[in-house]
Ligand binder design. Structure first.
Ligand code: AMP
Ligand code: MG
Length: 359
């Protein structure tokens, strides 16, 4: 996957563009981040002010069925070197200008994580730069903090594989609520696949939901600050088989699932006495979810913050930014300790860095 000629090619790119851009913006620190937890492989380069100099990605879309970890990992292995190369070109910089190389250490699919970690290790070794292992969920939060300017929010992290309500409390990012089974994105993707809509399901469900205002009763499953979606998925697929309108079902899935998420977010905000809610993850692109959370926030006198779509979905820039924060605080990995962790919990992360805007 990585070889000397690749490294030479990358190192060979030190042109006038690089010198001009670096001089003009006065960059003092650069970090490259590799994201590869699931369907998306991404490479981002950011500087110390979190200017995103490059954010390249490629997403694996299965022709049939769900995401097979090995097939997704093969896709990532094929795309990672071209993405790294194109990230350096976009950023107008050179591997030797990097201060650190970061990668998603988990949570995620083993083969996918290992592919990203291998590329990161190879690059870090080739240019003799420190290696930083980043928790993917924490990276969603850190990029949201720096890009939206919120200070001490509750994060509603809604993606394909993950659904968590996270906040910083007593020195750590802690999970106050989460899905007990599948992620909300997974619910949308599995429903869409089950009814023959294609992948990714979220945007397709959103479009069809916009064509209906009818509500079909679906299981609403909230336990404290936790949620569960698989009962809703089974019920919606059964109702589709029974001939219920697809538009009505899409609308009902959105209304029910997003009401559950809004409810648990509000509970966490009340519990922690927070007046900011930050959205992250691919499902945060959904307009209906945003408007429901916005209404809840307005009722509480709170504010909602949503990063741009390219930084909501899985991306390399958020790994690069969190990696840069960790690098600045001296949080590096020895190659022998850089083993991925499929079940890396948000609350296992030792927050050694100063968070953007932290009070
Ligand atoms: P991520 O895992 O964070 O990269 O996000 C991918 C997930 O976001 C997939 O499950 C998509 O179906 C979902 N998604 C993307 N756009 C939307 C949207 N507009 N509405 C709902 N879900 C979405
Ligand atoms: Mg994610």
């Amino acid at each position: 996957m990585w070889n000397i000629s690749t490294e030479k090619n990358l190192c060979g790119f030190r042109g006038w563009a690089s010198d001009f851009i670096m001089g003009a913006i006065g960059v003092s620190m650069l970090c490259l981040g590799i994201e590869s937890t699931a369907h998306t492989v991404g490479v981002g380069i950011v500087d110390e002010k979190c200017r995103v100099l490059a954010n390249e990605s490629s997403t694996f879309s299965p022709i049939k069925g769900g995401i097979h970890p090995r097939e997704a990992a093969n896709h990532h292995a094929e795309n990672i070197v071209p993405l790294i190369r194109s990230a350096f070109l976009k950023a107008g910089t050179d591997p030797r200008d990097l201060d650190a190389v970061a990668f998603s250490m988990g949570p995620g699919l083993g083969p996918c994580l290992r592919t990203g970690a291998t590329a990161a290790r190879a690059l870090a070794l080739a240019v003799d730069k420190p290696l930083v292992g980043v928790n993917h969920c924490v990276a969603h939060l850190e990029i949201g903090l720096v890009k939206t300017g919120c200070r001490n929010p509750v994060l509603l992290y809604v993606s394909g594989g993950n659904t968590q309500v996270i906040a910083f409390a007593e020195g750590r990012y802690r999970v106050f609520g989460e899905t007990l089974d599948i992620g909300v994105g997974n619910l949308l993707d599995k429903f869409a696949r089950g009814v023959g809509l294609g992948f990714p399901g979220g945007p397709l469900v959103e479009r069809l939901a916009g064509e209906s205002s009818n509500l079909v009763a679906l299981p609403y499953s909230v336990k404290g600050m936790d949620v569960a979606f698989s009962g809703m998925l089974t019920a919606a697929l059964e109702l589709h088989k029974d001939g219920k309108s697809l538009q009505d079902l899409c609308n009902s899935i959105q209304e029910t699932a997003f009401a559950m998420l809004t409810e648990v977010s509000e509970r966490a905000m009340a519990h922690l006495d927070r007046d900011e809610i930050l959205l992250g993850g691919g499902v945060a692109c959904n307009r209906r979810l945003k408007s429901m959370v916005e209404m809840m926030a307005a009722d509480r006198g709170a504010r909602i913050f949503v990063p741009e779509a390219a930084l909501c979905v899985d991306n390399g820039a958020m790994i690069a930014w969190t990696g840069l924060l960790m690098h600045r605080s001296g949080s590096h990995l020895d190659i022998r300790d850089s083993v991925i962790n499929q079940r890396f919990r948000t609350d296992q992360v030792d927050v050694t860095w100063i968070r953007a805007g932290a009070q």
